[in-house]
Design a protein. Structure first.
Lengths: 419, 585, 188
């Protein structure tokens, strides 16, 4: 077989496996978790009934499987619902919008590293669909297309609540895109690399960004630089995580679709599978967002504490298949983070729109900006003289103080609310 | 009260001011009013909206004063000793000396400088006592009693009673469910011995068959031996019975009164035009009761008229337009029926067509019928006279409710006279097309089946299936009196209004709409009549007697539009009794 | 428009950062979730929880024995110990019924009936269980102690007709009720 065909076959296998076998099933799974977890939080039971109806076949008990089949039943229901297109919508855009939300979310899967190299049949392959050198940039570029889907949905629905939802979404996503981009610059500076596989490899070797407790695969206290870099790393992590919440329109930033104000927001006029695609796009974005956070800050597929090398070398015969175990680790982390998303949703109340904008523009934007300089200073410290570093720190503190002061004085005076 | 001319040289006293107008000053609950001399205290209180409860009193009946419910506290100025001036307050009224015992307000008339208290400890205690006595032997029948909901005993027990009974002995047993007449049933346990029914039968109906037997607790209302309460006015006793002792067999257990919607209207069974209230629930009439109109029927109405409404939802009711096809009637639509009518009627010359209307139609319908006549330029046009026996009270010999109205609207002195010529025209074959509205030609207008079979094109508008409708080529179902709005003029020239109490069956139409559509179809001109008000406006603008009137201006009591000199016997009787001071009126 | 000046509480620096409160919230939610998972939610015992939250697993677990005395299930008609149908069709329940679920056709008791002295009884008595809201007003208003809300709560049917309880069905569910006031017995 010519080399090119094998490469192509491998790529196709990877695409199908990672998007349709790994990530896509995570969407209904996270819906299930969402419903089950929220039920437990609220003293309820949640979906626990749908299973295989053995009683219909004359047996004594149904097979419930904790209701895990519920998402399939939901999907089936959505498929079978009438796909209704209201009379007043702008048809072409109305049809395009759902696809525009779900496709970018799935495209971003291609740069996420699911594991280290595996060797099968003598071929060594990375467990990532496209091992490109501009991973994070690619993700930002593609995922910011999602906003078009939502905006177009809102506009094409030609009705007021979807429109308000669409406009809110546009403003929100554009605002938080900036924080999102700025907040990971320290991370990229630290690793000096834009290849996500390399970043994760580095983390597996020398400790996760937020947990740098091993060096070269051996447990050790973090170096001074790594310890010091924890400060900008944590700031970056906070801003990035919260911005991801805003980008994925999750509670507490779900203003584009808040039921209490806008009926269903931008997807009010949608039904059946078109609605399901919005729903899917949203949860896919959540999955990808979690994957990105894990990859950048929490070691990606790495198990950490010096086990990674051993796992990576695990092989049966010629097949070095430790990478598959790492996929398991990665998925475990991913589900844990999705559960965190859900926990946030059922804990924190929704923001007011002005608070949302203020948080994005006045706090996160400035904080991320300062964080970039802080990180640069810490990284550059070993290479420059103390005086330069000291004066740099002084300037940074002065600038920070100035920004805080400006933010304070620009605050409008105590508001008189009209009742 | 001595003359006080010397002290009022320059200032006239209130009593003199009132006396000039034939009035007396009376203080009711601390406020001074003037009433005509001879007014009963209870009427005086009622006229100033001070409610005095009562059972036996009825303005149209004599006053026995036996229920004692209307007791009030009364006071008069003390008689001054000889030579002593009466004590007056700053307004010139004498100081009232209140009597220590209450007086019944129904049997006493007002006097100068009298004081009445309708509230206060004494009055309230008296009422409580009276209520307690009345309730001692009253059974707990309310759940099965037809009167519940409009029962004075219930209402006043809530308003003035004690709420708790102290009576622990057995209640007195009396006959229940007694069949005392064909239309009335008696429950003696419920009776509170107010004697209204006895007085009504004696004084108004002139058939004194009711009376009390036994004494004290055991007093029992009953009919005279070998007699029945079979007067044609017997159901009025059920109306005036303040409790459920007398109930109507017809209405018995049909519907609780609190479900009934009341629609004021008028009776259409004779020329008197008795004012009525139609009680309906949903689309069903459950009963009809008289409505007070002192210029028409006082408070009463005859049983025969009152019960004549069951035909409205009878099996015979026509519910859709019918056209004859091969000797059989088949249902059709209104559009088709009217098209058929136009197509066929145009084939006949004007003198081959005759129209027979009814004086049971409203003014509006007659007006449109006249318009149809002129559109078709028909000469043969008549209504059908309907005569019966007059009774000495309310029922008129003329059983058509709108004879006077027909005379005015059709501008004819005798709208019935050409019926004979129409009949002979049909018999001789000169008249080939006949349009009949609300008259069964065989039963009411003297036609024979043979006559009707000679007619080439026979259109019948009717409510119920009837012998002559069987011959009709086109049957147009109309609306009954309770299903339509409109106006009629009674024999004494009073214009009165019919109101819609229920909806006609889905596929039937109000008669004025049928006529309007026929006129539009025949004349080919677009009609400007969109509601019954439009029709009435058109009448008002063409006929001088209706000048300046609208349907709503007619009001509940009607308007006299023509003096006919017709006297209603019952009213004459009532006036005489009022003049004699027997009743209050 | 009235102008209202609101005095916002003064927040210290820690509160302003807001993160502390959020983490406190996470902790609260999580502890609650864990409690719920262990079936230890507040009130779980009283509500006969299935072991998860406070919820009961309905078709398998029934709460019939937990049902309070005052439970309002399907309205029914009752007969008394003498076998007399207590309803006299006074139609007060029909009147009071907020969703107008009750429809009564009254009739007279024929004179040869042993209870002819009661005079009145329902010919038809229909309760539309699709309309019924189980408010119990019919029971409260009944002057004859004839209508009671029983503990039947599984009212199902496959057509609208099946959901209308007629007189026969109502007496069937209602059964006999003893110890009521028998005011009609005192009559001769």
């Amino acid at each position: 077989m010519p080399e090119i065909l094998i490469t192509l076959a491998i790529i196709i296998v990877k695409v199908i496996t990672f998007t349709f076998v790994v990530v896509l099933p995570l969407v209904p799974l996270s819906v299930y978790f969402e419903r089950r977890f929220s039920a437990i939080i609220q003293d309820r039971v949640g979906p626990n009934r749908v299973g295989i109806p053995f009683t219909l076949l004359g047996m004594k008990k149904d097979f419930h499987l904790f209701g895990l089949i519920q998402p399939i039943a939901d999907g089936l229901k959505l498929f079978l619902k009438e796909d209704f297109t209201p009379d007043h919508v702008r048809k072409a855009f109305y049809w395009l919008a759902p696809a525009l939300t779900v496709v970018p979310a799935l495209i971003t899967v291609c740069v996420i590293p699911f594991g280290p190299d595996v060797t099968l049949f003598g071929y060594t392959e990375k467990l990532v669909i496209a091992d490109i050198d501009v991973g994070p940039l690619f993700i930002f570029a593609i995922s910011s297309l999602t906003v078009y889907g939502i905006t177009i949905a809102g506009w094409a629905s030609n009705s007021k609540f979807p429109f308000i939802g669409g406009v809110r979404s546009t403003a929100q996503m554009i605002s938080y895109e900036i924080c999102l981009g700025l907040s990971i610059i320290p991370v990229l500076l630290y690793y000096g690399d834009l290849n996500l596989s390399n970043i994760v490899n580095e983390q597996a070797k020398n400790g996760w960004l937020l947990l740098p407790f091993w060096t070269d695969g051996k447990l050790s206290l973090p170096s001074a630089e790594a310890a010091l870099f924890l400060i900008p790393a944590i700031i970056a992590f906070l801003i990035f995580t919260i911005s991801i919440f805003a980008e994925t329109n999750r509670m507490p930033f779900d203003l584009p679709e808040c039921e209490t104000e806008l009926v269903g927001g931008y997807h009010t006029e949608y039904s059946s599978m078109k609605f399901a695609m919005f729903f899917m796009g949203e949860y896919a974005a959540m999955v990808i967002g979690s994957a990105l956070i894990i990859t950048l800050f929490l070691g990606g597929w790495s198990l950490g504490f010096g086990f990674d090398q051993a796992i990576a070398n695990f092989s049966i015969g010629d097949f070095q298949i430790g990478g598959f175990i790492h996929i398991g680790v990665f998925l475990a982390k991913l589900i844990a983070f999705i559960l965190f998303f859900i926990l946030v949703r059922w804990t924190v109340p929704r923001f007011r729109y002005d608070q949302l904008m203020k948080l994005g523009w006045v706090i996160f934007f400035e904080a991320a900006l300062i964080n970039v300089f802080l990180a640069a200073l810490i990284i550059a410290a070993p290479e420059f003289k103390t005086t330069i570093i000291a004066s740099g720190s002084v300037i940074l503190v002065a600038v920070t103080a100035a920004i805080i002061w400006v933010a304070k004085v620009s605050e409008p005076p105590a508001k008189i609310l009209r009742a | 009260m001595s003359d006080t001319a010397s002290s009022t040289a320059e200032l006239k006293l209130p009593k003199d001011l009132a006396a000039e107008k034939g009035m007396v000053n009376v203080q009711i609950d601390g406020v001074w009013y003037q009433f005509p001399k001879g007014t009963r205290m209870i009427e005086a209180c009622r006229s100033v909206k001070k409610d005095v409860p009562y059972y036996c009193y009825h303005p149209k009946l004599s006053v026995p004063g036996n229920c004692r419910m209307c007791m009030v506290q009364m006071g008069m100025p003390p008689r001054p000793a000889p030579g002593q001036e009466p004590v007056r307050d700053e307004n010139g009224y004498e100081i009232i000396g209140w009597m220590p015992r209450p007086a019944i307000s129904c049997a006493n008339t007002v006097a100068e400088n009298m004081g009445i208290r309708t509230t206060g400890d004494l009055v309230e205690k008296c009422r409580e006592g009276v209520m307690e006595f009345l309730l001692i032997n009253h059974p707990l029948d309310c759940p099965i009693c037809d009167q519940a909901g409009e029962c004075r005993l219930q209402e006043q027990s809530v308003g003035f009673g004690r709420g708790v009974s102290r009576f622990i002995d057995m209640k007195v047993k009396k006959p229940k469910n007694v069949d005392i007449g064909p239309r009335i049933r008696l429950d003696d346990e419920r009776c509170i011995m107010c004697s209204r029914c006895i007085r009504f039968m004696d004084e108004v109906a002139g058939d004194a068959v009711l009376g009390f037997t036994q004494r004290g607790t055991h007093t029992t209302l009953t009919v005279h031996p070998n007699r029945e309460l079979d007067s044609n006015y017997s159901l009025n006793t059920a109306d005036i019975c303040p409790v459920g002792a007398l109930t109507s067999n017809d209405f018995r257990f049909q519907m609780r009164v609190w479900f009934l919607k009341e629609t004021p209207s008028i009776d259409v069974n004779c020329g008197t035009g008795t004012n009525i209230v139609i009680h309906t629930r949903g689309n069903t009439i459950h009963r009809i009761t008289p409505r007070q109109n002192d210029a028409v029927n006082s408070n009463w109405m005859p049983d025969s008229h009152r019960l004549n409404f069951h035909y409205i939802d009878s099996e015979a009711r026509l519910t859709e337009p019918l056209a004859r096809e091969n000797a059989q009637h088949v249902g059709t639509t209104w559009t088709k029926a009217i098209e058929t009518f136009t197509a066929k009627i145009k084939k006949f010359a004007a003198d081959e067509i005759a129209i027979v209307g009814s004086a049971r139609m409203t003014n509006e319908e007659l007006f449109l019928l006249e318009e149809l006549r002129s559109v078709l330029s028909v000469k043969n046009f008549s209504l059908v006279a309907r005569n019966g026996e007059a009774d000495p009270l309310l029922i008129a010999a003329d059983r058509n409710p709108n004879t006077t109205g027909a005379k005015i609207v059709l501008k004819q002195d005798d709208p019935y006279h050409s019926l004979v010529s129409i009949r002979s025209g049909v018999q001789s074959g000169k008249i080939k097309a006949l349009i009949s509205f609300h008259e069964d030609l065989i039963t009411d207008a003297g036609f024979t089946a043979e006559d009707l079979s000679k007619i080439d094109f026979f259109v019948q508008s009717a409510l119920l299936a009837n012998p002559s409708a069987g011959f009709a080529d086109l049957v147009l179902p109309g609306a009954a009196f309770a299903e339509k709005r409109g106006s009629m003029v009674n024999l004494s020239g009073r214009l009165q209004r019919l109101n819609r109490a229920i909806e006609p069956p889905t596929n039937t139409r109000d008669d004025w709409e049928i006529l309007r559509d026929l006129i539009t179809a025949v004349s080919g001109e677009k009609s400007t009549l969109h509601s019954i008000e439009d029709v009435f406006k058109k009448i008002a603008s063409t006929i001088s007697a209706f000048d300046g009137l609208t349907l709503s201006k007619i009001g509940a009591q009607g308007v006299v539009i023509q003096e006919t000199g017709y006297k209603i016997a019952l009213l004459e009787n009532e006036r005489a009794r009022k003049a004699a001071g027997i009743i209050n009126g | 428009m009235a102008t209202i000046k609101l005095n916002r509480p003064k927040l210290d620096a820690g509160e302003k950062i807001y993160l502390g409160a959020i983490f406190k919230g996470f902790f609260l939610t999580l502890t609650h979730a864990i409690k719920s998972l262990r079936g230890k939610s507040a009130g779980a015992e009283g509500l006969a929880s299935s072991g998860l939250g406070v919820t009961m697993q309905f078709p398998e677990q029934r709460w019939d024995e937990h049902m309070p005395e005052y439970y309002r299930g399907a309205p029914t008609l009752v007969t008394d110990e003498q076998g007399r149908e207590r309803c006299v069709s006074c139609q007060l329940c029909e009147f009071i019924c907020p969703p107008k679920a009750i429809k009564i056709t009254p009739s007279e008791i024929p004179s040869d009936d042993p209870w002819a002295k009661v005079e009145k009884r329902p010919l038809e008595f229909d309760i539309d269980m699709i309309r019924c809201i189980y408010c119990g007003m019919c029971e409260e208003v009944c002057p004859e102690q004839a209508i009671y809300l029983r503990k039947d709560y599984l009212i199902t049917g496959t057509s609208r007709d099946q959901m209308v309880h007629n007189k026969k069905k109502l007496y069937e569910i209602g059964g006999v009720r003893v110890g009521l006031v028998n005011k009609w017995n005192e009559l001769k």
